[in-house]
Ligand binder design. Structure first.
Ligand code: ZN
Length: 290
């Protein structure tokens, strides 16, 4: 197996065929490493866009790619991808920094070839969370590539940021520095039919309390201080993607708000539950009397 660290640049434009905004790939850059992490080649091509010949201001400012360069040196999406496939071989692990590039690549294959499958990918990994974890960084917020370089003391000075080949080289420097075969293994996924279904699956938060996938047992809570089963005092209402209701502990009189979220994912329903004690009412005596 060889590791291919890939980076793409794309131009966003409205497309009738895509029924909306389409991110058309205009450049692909990649560096390859063997299993001993020795460099074994690079790939770089530009693609002449066909959806919109006009590059957006963002793309021009960010990449400094010119229309002339794309017209003169670019190939078609199909020919560049065929060349990439020949270069990558049949057993490549394609690695990208965050999965945005993968999604754009799948979007382009769907647009030009009718299906999202990427022919040169035997394995795939998003190396952004891996690198972030290896650096001991808090993973709740995504770390950008330039921040990772900065933290590791990797200089981006001599490279053209936001050009595909230089960006893939920088990503590779970060990855090689942090690589450990055993630690990386769980991030690497085999690319089969299931892989694409999983990536394209849009999770849904269930909002109907009578939905057949909702287990009633998840809607019950017990008191945090005495363990007694709580008594629900209000109807379930659906608010900010959660079901919420008030609960009372009949034994120690504590009042709580219970929140439950059901998210239907590719692998089944994920349940998140939270119980929070309510602020004490100002005049508890009056209502308790009856
Ligand atoms: Zn209690």
């Amino acid at each position: 197996m060889k590791y291919i660290i890939m980076d793409l640049e794309w131009n966003g434009a409205y497309s009738k065929k895509a029924h909306g905004y389409f991110n058309e790939i205009i450049e692909i850059g990649a560096v390859a490493f063997d299993e001993a992490m020795q460099p074994c080649g690079t790939f770089h091509e530009v693609i002449t866009p066909v959806v919109s010949k006009k590059l957006s201001r963002i793309v021009k400012d960010l990449t400094h790619i010119t229309q002339e360069e794309l017209e003169q040196n670019g190939g078609s999406f199909e020919s560049v991808m065929t060349a990439f496939e020949a270069w990558a071989g049949t057993d490549a692990a394609v690695l990208t920094w965050s999965n945005t590039d993968l999604l754009v690549l799948m979007e382009n294959f769907t647009f030009f070839k009718g299906e999202p499958a990427v022919p040169f990918m035997a394995y795939y990994a998003d190396i952004q969370p891996f690198c972030q974890k290896r650096m001991g960084e808090d993973t709740s917020q995504q770390m950008g590539l330039s921040r990772a370089c900065e933290q590791l003391g990797i200089s981006a000075e001599n490279s053209a940021l936001h050009r595909a080949l230089d960006d893939s080289r920088l990503t590779a420097k970060v990855f090689v520095r942090l690589f450990d075969a055993e630690a990386f293994a769980p991030y690497l996924r085999r690319v089969d039919e299931d892989f694409y279904k999983r990536i394209l699956y849009k999770p849904v938060v269930l909002n109907d309390i009578n939905h057949p996938l909702i287990k009633r047992s998840d809607l019950a809570f017990s008191c945090e201080s005495c363990g007694t089963n709580l008594h629900r005092k209000s109807k379930w209402i659906f608010r900010s993607r959660h079901f919420c209701a008030d609960f009372l502990c009949r034994s120690c009189k504590k009042v709580y708000t219970g929140r439950v979220q059901y998210k239907q994912t590719y692998d089944g329903v994920e349940v998140r539950r939270r119980l929070k004690e309510k602020e004490k009412a100002v005049k508890p005596e009056a209502s308790e009397a009856e």
